[in-house]
Design a protein around this ligand. Structure first.
Ligand SMILES: *Cc1c(COP(=O)(O)O)cnc(C)c1O
Length: 230
């Protein structure tokens, strides 16, 4: 087995072990393979090992990969910073966007999502623990934008995403994830059922699963360390 297939197996084992340990339903946590900065050959190895959902952060790079891998039935998730003037290619080519943190981005994605495609799945990125972070809505802003998105037919609001500051140890890692779970419960209503908590990465996926994550975004633990971007 090649090393990406082996590493994917290990990540799947970690997810299953955490589901058992924290009394989550088996299979309730999905794995998003974060393939930013990785070559097509790495993605193909992951696909051969059964992975079909990929997360990308850099738009031009992502669009090239999506084009080259067309027809394989893969799902593409945009997880990077969104420039408001570059929403159109996101609306046209992605299945999910996790990183909405401004109303303007949501409005533009709703206008630009092509009619022939299903509504685009979206999560709101919330700044739950780091006030100094540039990205992310405050919990109150997230509540307000969630209400607005109810009236955007080309968007389907699925839940919340967060990217907390790195922390050591399970208890410290769980704290921001717990806060995001509580916010999700507060925002979710019968009219607006939210089913996705996008939280947890290579270093903290167990803590995220303990706090109700339904989708972990994992790069390094699958593909190895990233080379710093120029
Ligand atoms: C890069 C990235 C990840 C993956 O991080 P790893 O530590 O490599 O697992 C997850 N989420 C977002 C938003 C990212 O930008």
């Amino acid at each position: 087995m090649n090393s990406i297939a082996t590493a994917l197996g290990q990540v799947r084992d970690r997810i299953q072990a955490a589901e058992r340990c924290f009394e989550r339903h088996p299979g309730s946590v999905q794995l998003l393979a974060v393939s930013k900065t990785r070559p097509i050959a790495d993605i193909l190895e992951a696909v051969a090992a059964g992975q079909w959902q990929f997360g990308e952060s850099y738009l031009q790079e992502a669009l090239d990969k999506i084009r080259q891998l067309q027809g394989k039935g893969l799902k593409w998730h945009y997880i990077g910073r969104i420039q408001s003037n570059k929403t159109r290619p996101i609306a046209e080519h992605f299945d999910w966007v996790h990183s909405i943190d401004k109303a303007k981005q949501a409005r533009r994605l709703n206008e630009q999502r092509p009619d022939g495609l299903p509504p685009i799945n979206v999560c709101l990125q919330v700044k739950i623990d780091r006030e100094e972070s540039k990205s992310g809505l405050s919990p109150d802003q997230a509540a307000q934008l969630a209400m607005e998105i109810c009236h955007m037919p080309r968007l389907r609001l699925r839940g919340l995403m967060t990217l907390p500051a790195p922390a050591e140890g399970l208890e410290a890692q769980r704290r921001p994830f717990h806060a995001l779970q509580l916010l999700q419960q507060r925002l979710s209503t019968p009219q607006l059922p939210l089913d996705t908590l996008s939280m947890g990465m290579s270093a903290d996926l167990e803590a995220a699963i303990a706090e109700g994550s339904t989708l972990v975004r994992v790069g390094t633990a699958i593909f190895g360390p990233r080379r710093p971007m120029a």
